[in-house]
Write a protein of this length. Structure first.
Length: 465
């Protein structure tokens, strides 16, 4: 069984009631030393103690046993990578202690840093001539919500598991089965149309006519995915509404983006059932080309699904997922790791995801080290988007998947390398906030680095100090 630690929750509960550790120990029929160990997360809590807390204090044990410490710790580590704190050497044990003893202060600190980032982004936008007074982008709001959930949604997984009912549909019959389901259960027909009849659009739902139009530019795999996505939007509306409310995103644009991403999650979970996918991933050491073939999905869809395998008691390797275009812009990101992904602008140019455009369709492996010394194994590959016409054939993106170096032994793409002797490439989040002042790939001066350029010296870049 997974161990449950409730230190910050227990301490907050005790302080709210004005009790000493001795008084709480007496109320729970345990020793004061045990209360102290629980508050400091040096012991996991037993079921009997949780039930006793419910009887004595009337709190729901599921609330107090909720494990949000891991996501808060990841957020805190990411924030401490900001160049603002270059001289503040805070180690992991100090961060854990802060979460145990001052969880409210930590949350306030994280809120303050998010406000600082938003203010910085507004100033940068004003300098670039964009619309002023913008808030965090819809994509950032959605990414933050997914990260708080460890990129895993139990309710969506359960809905996906029951989608087909007791009789599974053969994979080569899914397209016909989903069209039939939409027609018979939801009264929605599906029609394939020519590219010129659906310009600039891959799929459109005419709600009044109860008809889904699919562009012939979509290949068979993506036609299936789009139809299952639409089934999720239509059939799981109440489920999606509930998750969107929990997200606390107020802006209409962010809520709409979240609905789309949750429907994408649902479609991936239907087409790649959790247990079957995890078993295949472990058996093949995350051979994502093989997995994509096995489940009849695209390489990118298989990558995205791998980031969601965070079910308690049946976890896969925690991955981050990053997608960029040829200009280096980050177009999609999901994260179940401590790796801090770029929110604005491009990813670090030292990441080999950029060089994968030189070798289309081939896996490019790399070991990288962040400024805080954390190390990751990353592999990248290009993916092709639907082609509209001969003048738009090079519609290509690149995706990167990464995990902590301690998990690299579970990844087949790392088998040719010795982890202990692997060459680590120093990387950052992106140039805007990277503290690596003398990087030979720096594109501009970091917003926080204030040391002036030495006019008497020319380094490898004009930003070299």
């Amino acid at each position: 069984m997974q161990k449950t630690f409730i230190g910050p929750h227990l301490r907050r509960l005790r302080l709210e009631r004005g009790e000493t550790q001795g008084q709480m120990a007496k109320a729970l029929s345990i020793s004061p030393s045990y209360v102290n160990l629980l508050e400091n997360n040096e012991r996991s809590v037993s079921v009997s103690v949780l039930m006793r807390m419910f009887e004595v204090y009337g709190v729901d044990w599921r609330d107090i046993a909720e494990d949000d410490g891991a996501s808060q710790l990841a957020d805190l580590r990411a924030v401490m990578q900001d160049p603002l704190f270059t001289n503040a050497q805070t180690d992991l044990s100090q961060m854990r202690a802060a979460l145990v003893h001052s969880p409210g202060l930590v949350q306030s600190f994280l809120t303050l840093h998010r406000a600082y980032q938003a203010a910085t982004d507004q100033l940068l936008s004003l300098a670039e001539g964009d619309t002023p007074l913008i808030t965090a982008s819809p994509e950032a709001a959605v990414h933050n919500y997914f990260r708080r959930q460890r990129n895993h949604f139990k309710e969506v997984e359960e809905a996906a598991e029951g989608f087909w009912g007791p009789v599974a549909v053969e994979r080569d019959e899914v397209y016909g089965a989903i069209k039939r389901r939409l027609r018979e259960r939801n009264g929605i027909s599906v029609r394939l149309v020519r590219v010129e009849d659906l310009p600039g659009t891959l799929r459109r739902y005419d709600e009044e006519a109860r008809e889904i139009l699919l562009s012939e530019a979509l290949d068979h795999t993506n036609r299936i995915f789009q139809l299952v996505h639409m089934a999720g939007l239509v059939e799981q509306r109440s489920l999606l509404d509930g998750l969107i409310e929990k997200a606390g995103i107020a802006e209409a644009q962010g809520r709409a983006r979240l609905r789309v991403e949750l429907a994408n999650y649902f479609a991936a979970a239907v087409l790649m059932p959790y247990d079957a996918y995890l078993a295949e991933a472990q058996a093949t050491k995350y051979d994502l080309d093989h997995i994509a073939t096995r489940f009849g999905v695209s390489f990118e869809q298989a990558c995205h699904r791998a980031t969601t395998l965070q079910r308690d008691g049946a976890q896969g390797v925690p991955f981050f997922f990053l997608r960029i275009d040829k200009g280096g812009n980050v177009t999609k990101r999901f994260n179940a790791t401590g790796f801090h992904l770029a929110e604005h602008g491009g990813a670090c140019p030292r990441l080999d995801v950029h060089t994968s455009f030189r070798t289309p369709g081939r896996i490019v492996p790399q070991f990288v080290e962040m400024p805080d010394r954390s190390q990751f194994f990353v592999f990248s590959r290009t993916v092709d988007r639907p082609t509209w016409a001969r003048h738009a054939q090079d519609n290509r993106l690149a995706v990167a998947m990464g995990c902590g170096i301690e998990f690299s032994g579970k990844i087949g793409y790392a088998e040719a390398f010795s982890v202990t002797g692997a060459r680590m490439t120093p990387v950052g989040i992106n140039c805007r906030i990277c503290p690596r002042a003398n990087c030979d790939q720096r594109a501009h001066h970091a917003a926080i680095l204030t040391q002036p350029v030495d006019e008497r010296r020319r380094g490898v870049t004009r930003y070299d100090v």
